[in-house]
Design a protein around this ligand. Sequence first.
Ligand code: PEP
Ligand code: MN
Length: 357
Amino acid sequence: MSQPLEELREKLDGINQQLLVLLNERAEVVRRIGEIKEKQGVPKFDPVREREMLEELAKRNPGPFKNAEVKHIFKEIFKASLNLQEEDHKRQLLVSRKKQPDNTVIDVNGTLIGGAAQVMIAGPCSVESYEQLRAVASALKDAGIKIMRGGAFKPRTSPYDFQGLGEEGLKMLKEVADEFGLSIISEIVHPGHIALAEKYIDIIQIGARNMQNFELLKAAGEASIPVLLKRGIAATLEEFIHAAEYIVVGGNSNVMLIERGIRTYEKWTRNTLDISAVPLLKQETHLPVLVDVSHSTGRKDILLPCAKAALAAGADGVMVEVHPEPQVALSDAAQQIDIPQFQTLWDGIKRSGLFTE
Ligand code: PEP
Ligand code: MN
């Protein structure tokens, strides 16, 4: 009595083996198709072709499986194949950790970003005057902070708002940075600004509004200095990573990513700090990942817990806006902290034990 059951089980094992071989053979064919599509730049998922294949299978289905079941099984096979193609695509991205398992560590005048230590970047939203810059630079120097931020080209929502001092602002940044021994990060908004950036500053910032300004990304790919790329206001992590890929494939491998909050329906913060972006970007890419606590929250009162959350999640650094007199700041007055508030924040971060200098 048990003999036929054993036989049938053996037969089933044999069929499983055959299915396994066929499924993997199929996967190899799908992979080859994926490579051709990759070269042609056409999408991997082709819903029309998928429907045709499912209809053809239903037509030829001898049973006993019902057509709906056959379609369901094959849809799962199609989905697994598509995932395989996407995995292959990720492996091909230069920014992918699958391509380069080791962290990219960026050397900015001796300060390493993306290594064992974290970095603090602080400074005003906009460059306004020498006095303003010197007040911040002096406080940063006293705090042992090496990188100062300040915007000279300001992408503003309204054309009537302060647009920044332009090249004059970059010159001021350089002068003050040299005086206090700091490195400078500043935003540029146009491919034609790369040469200016190379002349005056140490790190190019590409702002949230320009994350998908592809001509700017390509130009940054040709720059000789590192780039801090901000996450777009409504960008997915995949879009963010692909934006970084533009810069790296252009020849500049010194790219850092910064989460600066995304737009949601929440009104108590200016944007929503997506803390999950930090471990995901660290996992998917080998690039340094930072968090801008000022633009993500738009507030002054929750900077310390947000900075600690960022560091606990694995961020390589934190950026914050500091202004000697935030109440009269020409941009982002509501979120910039003054120098004593910055010192309190900095003490809190250091005391948290999450920041390695
Ligand atoms: C900034 O850093 O001053 C800025 C404009 O940020 P974002 O591009 O993230 O809005
Ligand atoms: Mn700002």
